[in-house]
Design a protein around this ligand. Structure first.
Ligand code: FAD
Length: 471
């Protein structure tokens, strides 16, 4: 095969792109990855999942030391915050993980080209190299996977300037703790970054157009999350629309239409976190004739991730569905295995969604509202963390587990957790749903004692009792 000729060319090295490359190489395909940024790993590793969780963990330690150590009988003097050191640690974590991706691709003999790729025809990609002193290169490939991810959506009358009015990328790297932080959008990105800065001392105000935060969550969970975050000092302006934001003498002035009328709010920084849109610009999609959703702009694909043009596939944030790293990776594997004639698919009914606030929130499957709307007969089992011995030991008793099961078959339809370590606990629920396990099974299998996951077992038992006894 000629030097610039490949079995597979993947545009983007995020959790969709790099996972596709590795799987393709394992299946014997000669693969090239084109990445426009200097570092591999995409949004997730560089400015998304990883740096946000590094800061969430660091800020949680600080908050624990400040607020909670005393109740465990631990006293100390001179607690201080070195924000630069915290940021340096976050950068180190990101660097190590992006290097791991580079080594992983190297080990699998995947060629990596740094530059911006665009389609010029089926199986043809031109790359404007990052080293602009060099001419663009043309690659030929039997198949192309588009995995170029997403970018932040803007709000009308609110212009990003990267310093005062920022996206999540800049909010992961503030040089000092903003005293007053405004956030437009009560979704998971706003709530997670709001939590980081709230713990480090910011007064956080979240402005959300809808009547509740994190609207995709089960309503009971979303209301609890709002209550717990208010307890930690968050201010929420719900059903509030931002009309305009401007920077005046080093402050951000926001005009917001609330239920009570128009308010003028002043912040040191304003984070806009109202969602992300697929990154399709400049990819040459129109020229090649790739169909996109006329409202959302997502690339349209079939169950095998094939676009409307033969040989061109799309995965991850670029296509419809939850914009999550693990969803992108699962699609990458299913897409590549499908190309190789294997029978792989993604179960979209069992995609876990997690919000890494404290308490954490994690969910999989249907919400109670969805089951009601679809007239599915269901049972509910809830169990509070106040009843879990381990939660008591740790002093982390906020929250509950909610199991929704089918009233007749007992099959688990949804699990919603708000509480300590929900992010790890949800894996058991995902496995149960993937395997079609019933609530009675989860209630019966042994769980280590004392653990947080006993709360899931107890909630499953309550749901089972509801199915058996009708209560
Ligand atoms: P991306 O990760 O966006 O990667 C796309 C890559 O393509 C990028 O590297 C980009 O530079 C490159 N690219 C774009 N255009 C071109 C081109 N023309 N040529 C070459 N390369 C190109 N998800 C979770 O599951 N858990 C979390 O905790 C989580 N936290 C998040 C926190 C934040 C602040 C943000 C912003 C997102 C978070 N996400 C999280 C979402 C997650 O980051 C995305 O769902 C995931 O990165 C999507 O993967 P992807 O491979 O589709 O695209």
């Amino acid at each position: 095969m000629a030097e610039n000729q490949f079995d597979l060319c993947v545009l983007g090295s995020g959790p969709g792109g790099y996972v596709a490359c590795v799987r393709a190489a394992q299946l014997g395909m000669k693969t090239v990855c084109v990445e426009k940024d200097e570092r591999l790993g995409g949004v997730c590793l560089n400015v998304g999942c990883i740096p946000s969780k590094a800061l969430l963990d660091s800020s949680e330690f600080y908050d624990l030391a400040r607020q909670r150590f005393a109740e465990h009988g631990i006293g100390f003097e001179g607690l201080s915050l070195d924000l630069a050191a915290m940021m340096a640690r976050k950068d180190k974590v990101v660097h190590e993980l992006t290097e791991n991706v580079r080594k992983l691709l190297e080990r699998h003999h995947v060629s990596v080209i740094h530059g911006t790729g665009r389609l010029t025809g089926p199986g043809r990609v031109v790359v404007d190299l990052a080293d602009s002193s060099k001419d663009p290169v043309e690659l030929r490939a039997r198949s192309v996977i588009l995995a170029t991810g997403s970018e932040p959506v803007a709000v009308p009358q609110v212009t990003y300037d990267g310093q005062w009015i920022v996206s999540s990328t800049e909010a992961l790297a503030f040089a000092e703790v903003p005293q007053r932080l405004g956030i437009i959008g009560g979704g998971y990105i706003g709530l997670e970054l709001g939590s980081v800065w709230n713990r480090l001392g910011s007064h956080v105000t979240v402005m959300e157009m809808l009547p509740r935060i994190a609207t995709l969550l089960d309503a009971q969970v979303s209301r609890s999350l709002e209550r717990f975050l208010r307890r930690r000092g968050f201010r929420f302006l719900l059903e509030s629309r931002v009309l305009k934001a401007s920077v005046e003498q080093g402050e951000v002035v926001v005009r917001v239409q609330t239920k009570e009328g128009e308010e003028r709010l002043v912040f040191d920084r304003l984070l806009v976190a109202v969602g992300r849109r697929p990154r399709t610009r400049g990819l040459g999609l129109e020229a090649v004739g790739i169909a996109m959703h006329d409202k959302t702009g997502h690339v349209l694909v079939n169950a095998r991730y094939q676009t409307s043009v033969p040989g061109i596939y799309a995965i991850g944030d670029l296509i419809a569905g939850p914009a999550l790293a693990h969803k992108a990776s699962a699609e990458a594997i299913a897409c590549v295995e499908g190309m190789a004639g294997m029978d792989s698919e993604v179960n979209y009914d069992a995609v876990p969604a997690i919000i890494y606030t404290w308490p954490e929130v994690a969910a999989v499957g249907k919400t109670e509202e969805e089951l009601r709307a679809q007239n599915v007969p269901y049972c509910v089992g809830t169990y509070p963390f106040t009843g879990a011995g381990r939660a008591r030991c740790m002093g982390e008793t906020e929250g509950f587990v909610k199991v929704l099961s089918h009233a007749a078959s007992g099959r688990i339809l949804g699990v919603h957790i708000i509480g300590p370590r929900a992010s790890d606990m949800i894996a058991e629920a995902v496995l149960a749903m993937e395997c079609g396990v019933t609530a009675a099974h989860v209630g019966r299998i042994m769980h280590g004692h004392p653990t947080f996951s006993e709360a899931l077992q107890e909630a499953a038992r309550v749901a089972t009792a509801c199915a058996i006894y009708g209560k």
